[in-house]
Design a protein around this ligand. Structure first.
Ligand code: FAD
Length: 691
């Protein structure tokens, strides 16, 4: 497994703790800044001194509650931290948060009876575990996990709590938490409270979490004899201003993700902890309409040792827009201290600082925190204590405790944290909030994934993506809501093409990056491998369903097949269903398809569906239905079918329509049709890349 920069912080902290433990604390205080040095080998290597034994770790650090997380986009990790904080402040539990990837599980059978383990588990894609939970999932769901003891029941001592993060628009809704819960119960572990399920598909994740946790705490308090006390905020991180350093001091991180980036010694492997600062070789607009934008962007990876395969995802590391950074600094009255250098240290050994330090307020806000994301209602409750006056405090308490009121005032308007604070205080500055609260309460800025729209066979060193720019009008709000990453890319595209307004819709981004390291047109990226893959046999027919930006990986597939055909290989029938609003506005890659057709001849067919052209709305699933006979025949010839794009509506409907087509064409019941579709999925004959 790759080493995470954060692993290294924890590692360094653990190492120091362990050293301190064995030397009875003698070396405390003489250690130099653990963060500065720990980021030194952020790129793999051994984890010296790091225990993977959770029981030992808890014993050593005096903990009685561990919150494990399986997280892909940071939300599960964020919820885990929140549970840890709440457990400590309300119930006096000694809590720690643990990345599932960092521990072994074979000794869960010796987990002490008087302690509790919590599992906060996101389900990713097609019912899969998140990257950091793969090993745990395989271990715990095995027929006979190899626990170190073999007393029956194996997990009779384990008390646990479980919450899952899922999306009901996917077939395997919350399957991670469901399956892990089942497995833990099977081995005799005792769950406290319900196994909670949050639903991103219904947009109720945060509320589901809040509704689940209170009864869970009540049940846990009873089980463990915990006494509730008035929650008092205690910061997890200490922030110390470093008067001897300025933003120009070479050891100060101004947004560089790790020490190699700081020192200019960046090398691969490039991954979720170590991006490659890739030159953008091409960027252009794909739509022909004024108020909507879709970008075709190519990054050049020839200067790296990176590779990709057709169908993989490119992760783009965004930075926050300047206006939002300024608003945040402004409402916290930190504008004058924007470039003040600070050290950030965890006040307890199991906490992680989510970025390298010493750094500046500006860098943290610009490069490391999701300051534009939806606000957590619980977080507003926490911040109430630091309100500038009593009436603002009362309003914050109300927002924190009244779900409908919160929705009406905040969520509905898509306000982010700084806007919320500003609206609630009517512009009065919030000078009392410990900065630690933001590091704890906001998710760390996440890379965004994009389905790669090029073929690695055709252009192995140039990766293209196709991204629609998020720019939504929100009723009742005067300015448009703008997505972070896509507007950053839009600004890069404007800069690259020397366009008159080199700012995306008036947003300013620090396009040059920390210390001008992204000079020219660069963007930090890494590749995430996916299972969305063409059949290895190019003669197999394929059916591609990719409306809107869902066409991205399909372009890669067709490009690849055209290349195979051009070099004399026989390729199977390739039929692409594409849909958009209007031919003249948002028909992606219209002229390219004609070029591919020239090479592929009757092996390639493009079927279009326009939803806002003519009286009737036509979608790809309607077109599939019209071609029922042919689709069924192709499937009987073992065609592979691929669906990419909107998970909530399109992918679901395509799934249903396919079941109907099969039922109708083969003269079987609808439920049999559905079952056949299910089996196709299980056999990888039906693949989805949806979001
Ligand atoms: P963000 O700032 O992340 O906002 C995204 C959404 O979050 C908003 O539209 C809004 O609904 C919500 N939101 C954010 N902030 C708030 C707030 N304060 N209040 C309320 N709601 C808020 N996209 C493509 O265009 N092309 C692709 O090929 C593609 N492939 C993908 C593949 C995968 C595997 C995945 C997971 C996603 C893919 N996406 C793709 C989506 C892409 O990753 C991004 O989610 C998308 O581009 C938006 O990113 P953003 O940073 O611009 O928007």
């Amino acid at each position: 497994a790759q080493l995470d920069t954060l692993d290294i912080i924890v590692l360094a902290v653990i190492l120091i703790t362990t050293t301190a433990y064995f030397t009875k604390g003698k070396v405390w205080g003489v250690t130099k800044d653990p963060y500065a040095s720990s980021f030194a080998n952020a790129n793999g290597g051994a984890k010296p001194g790091k225990t993977r034994n959770i029981v030992e770790k808890m014993e050593e650090s005096g903990k009685n509650c561990v919150i494990f997380y399986g997280s892909q986009t940071g939300t599960a990790e964020d919820y885990a931290s929140r549970l840890a904080k709440e457990g400590k402040s309300r119930f006096g539990l000694e809590t720690m948060v643990a990345d599932l990837e960092e521990y072994d599980y074979d000794n869960l059978d010796s987990f002490p009876e008087d302690k509790v383990a919590m599992f906060v588990l996101a389900t990713y894609g097609e019912g899969e575990p998140t990257d950091n939970a793969v090993d745990f999932y395989e271990f715990i769901t095995a027929e006979e996990p190899s626990f170190s003891n073999s007393n029956e029941p194996l997990l009779g001592n384990l008390t646990y709590v479980a919450f899952g993060l899922g999306n009901n628009t996917y077939e395997h809704y919350n399957s991670m938490v469901r399956n892990v819960d089942k497995a833990l119960e099977k081995f005799g572990a005792h769950r406290v409270g319900e196994a909670g399920e949050g639903d991103d598909g219904a947009g109720t994740m945060e509320e589901d979490f809040l509704a689940w946790k209170d009864p869970m705490w009540a049940a846990l308090a009873e089980k463990m004899n915990l006494e509730e006390r008035e929650a008092v905020y205690e910061p997890i991180f200490s922030i110390v201003e470093r008067d001897n350093l300025t933003k120009d001091s070479p050891e100060v991180y101004l947004g560089e993700p790790n020490k190699m980036h700081l020192e200019g010694t960046t090398k691969g492997p490039f991954n979720a902890h170590n991006p490659y600062i890739a030159p953008i070789s091409e960027s252009r607009e794909l739509f022909n309409v004024k108020d909507r934008n879709c970008l075709h962007l190519e990054v050049d990876i020839s200067g790296s040792n990176m590779s990709y395969q057709t169908g993989d995802h490119l992760a783009i590391w965004p930075t926050n827009p300047g206006q939002e950074v300024d608003e945040m600094l402004n409402i916290l009255d930190l504008k004058d201290k924007q470039d003040t250098v600070i050290s950030v240290k965890a006040l307890e050994p199991t906490a992680k600082v989510p970025f390298p330090a010493p750094t500046t307020y500006d860098a943290i806000i610009r490069y490391h925190l999701e300051i534009c994301a939806p606000v957590s209602r619980q977080f507003l409750g926490t911040l109430a204590a630091f309100a500038p006056d009593e009436s603002i405090k009362a309003e914050m308490v109300k927002l924190g405790s009244d779900k409908d009121y919160f929705h009406d005032k905040i969520s509905k308007n898509h306000y982010n944290i700084s806007r919320t604070l500003s609206v609630v205080s009517n512009g009065q500055k919030w000078t009392n909030i410990p900065f630690s609260a933001f590091i704890e309460g906001l998710t760390k800025l996440q890379p965004r994934y994009y389905s790669i729209s090029s073929s690695s066979m055709v252009q192995p060193k140039k990766i293209s993506v196709t991204a629609v720019v998020e720019n939504q009008l929100i009723p009742g709000r005067s300015d448009a809501f703008k997505g972070v990453a896509t507007n950053y890319l839009f600004a890069l595209k404007q800069k690259q093409n020397g366009e008159p307004n080199p700012e995306a819709f008036g947003l300013t981004y620090e396009l040059m990056g920390p210390r001008n390291k992204y000079d020219g047109i660069h963007v930090p990226v890494h590749v995430r491998h996916s299972n969305f893959k063409l059949p290895s046999d190019p003669t197999k027919p394929i059916i591609l369903v990719g409306p809107g930006t869902g066409v991205a990986p399909m372009r890669g597939f067709v490009q690849e097949r055209a290349n195979q055909a051009a070099s004399g290989e026989t390729v199977g029938k390739t039929i692409l269903f594409f849909g958009c609003r209007k031919r003249a506005e948002d028909f992606l890659y219209e002229s390219e398809w004609e070029e591919y057709k020239k090479v592929l001849g009757d092996k390639f067919e493009l079927v279009t569906a326009f939803s806002r052209q003519g009286a009737k709305k036509v979608y790809v699933q309607h077109r599939l239905k019209e071609r029922a006979k042919e689709i069924n025949e192709l499937l009987q010839q073992k065609a592979y079918i691929y669906v990419c794009g909107d998970a909530a509506n399109m992918a679901r409907e395509v799934n249903t329509v396919l079941g109907q087509i099969i039922a109708e064409q083969r003269g079987v019941s609808e439920s049999k049709g559905e079952e056949i579709v299910k089996n196709m999925r299980a056999a990888n004959q039906y693949q989805e890349d949806v979001w």
